[in-house]
Design a protein around this ligand. Structure first.
Ligand SMILES: [Fe+2]
Length: 387
């Protein structure tokens, strides 16, 4: 028995409600939290899809005023956070309701931090640097991937340095997550695949993380099984709520796992790519996952075999190298079946970018829990294999 399995671990999770129309509880929960005037944070696409309207109507029904901030782009920028915090202050808001994928949620977390602590968002980079808790926040995720609705992470783009910074603090776990599968029904197959592979990556990285525990393991493995079984169904039948619910559950479990066990090299490499080239986060993870698994594999083969079983790969009786080959192939097949068949090179990343990308990735806090220690050279090599 591995003694590290008995190390002290804590597990932080917000109150969450999962199920159809959970989003329409926003008014009731905002009232419970004492909200009188909410800043509603969202992105332009979610707004256009019509999901915000029902929620703001719901706030009004409970007598809660709101101010809309829909100026959040993918890979949310530092200046968007600062603008949102200014609007929060000027409008006299006392709470945040965020409707969207990882980008609006991370931006909303940033707005709350800046409002309460009164500094530039970039000053909170790293672990446990948020002193004063943000105002009450209700999260309504509209993708099955981010996990930001239950996590203690916020990733913000430092536009001057062109790097993504990670803010990790128990204080930015939202107060309530309303996890509703209905908004997923308007997601494109492409966004379903990208965000879904983000969730798969969260679970794989959490499961092999140096900070994993029996409590995070159970969420990570169940999430891999759910996403493996139902992501292809959700891509092929976007309106079918049953499959959307299963992927939402997979994403929720992945969020609970990674928020508490942290992540690894895939996310370190993906954050660096997103900062420099503004590429979609989930797509970066999807393209890097099998290459990071190949790099890490020998440091924890038994853990990867369990990941393989969750993906439906039977390796009983095979030699270690054969097992590895089958498990890595299963990850590649899953990605391809979801329609993600490009390479980083196809997305415009060149060999000349790699030293700069690796130099940024090596400083990412997610690397601290990767099961194998990586050098800048190792990271460059991983990027190269995904080109
Ligand atoms: Fe992620």
């Amino acid at each position: 028995m591995d003694k590290s399995r008995f190390e002290l671990r804590k597990f932080v999770a917000p109150e969450f409600i999962i199920g159809e129309k959970a989003r329409l509880l926003a008014g009731r929960y905002a009232k419970n939290l004492g909200a009188r005037h909410a800043l509603v944070v969202t992105g332009p696409n979610v707004y256009k899809a019509g999901w915000v309207h029902g929620i703001t109507g719901n706030l009004e029904d409970e007598g809660i005023r709101y101010t809309l901030f829909d100026g959040v782009s993918p890979n949310p920028r530092d200046h968007e956070v600062m603008k949102g915090a200014e609007l929060f202050k000027q409008s006299g808001c006392d709470s945040i309701v965020v409707v969207g994928g990882g980008s609006p949620i991370d931006c909303a977390k940033g707005i709350g931090i800046v409002f309460s602590n009164g500094k530039n968002i970039l000053e909170f980079e790293g672990v446990d640097n948020v002193q004063i808790p943000p105002p009450p926040m209700i999260c309504i995720p509209t993708t099955a991937g981010t996990g930001a609705d239950v996590s203690q992470f916020a990733i913000i783009n430092d536009t001057k340095r062109k790097v993504k910074i990670a803010i990790i603090s128990k204080k930015i776990v939202p107060d309530i997550a309303l996890v509703d599968p209905e908004p997923l029904t308007t997601l494109s197959p492409e966004l379903t695949a990208h965000t879904g592979m983000d969730a798969v990556t969260h679970s794989v990285e959490a499961y092999v993380s140096n900070a994993s525990s029996p409590v995070t393991d159970i969420h990570a493995l169940e999430s891999i099984q759910l996403l493996n079984a139902y992501l292809p169904e959700a891509v092929s039948h976007p309106k079918k709520i049953e499959w959307r619910y299963k992927t939402m559950l997979g994403s929720l479990f992945a969020g609970l796992a990674f928020s508490n066990a942290s992540l690894g090299a895939v996310h370190a490499l993906a954050h660096s790519l997103g900062g420099l080239s503004d590429l979609p986060h989930g797509e970066c993870n999807a393209l890097l996952l099998e290459h990071v698994m190949a790099f890490n594999y020998d440091s924890c083969p038994a853990r990867y075999e369990t990941v393989g079983r969750a993906l439906g790969v039977e390796t009983e009786g095979l030699k270690r190298d054969e097992k590895k080959k089958h498990i890595l192939a299963a990850v590649a097949v899953m990605r391809e079946n979801l329609g993600i068949t490009v390479t980083l090179g196809d997305l415009g990343v060149t060999r000349a970018d790699l030293p700069n990308l690796a130099a940024t990735a090596i400083r990412d806090p997610c690397l601290a829990t990767n099961p194998r220690k990586a050098t800048v050279h190792d990271l460059e090599k991983i990027y190269e294999r995904a080109l």
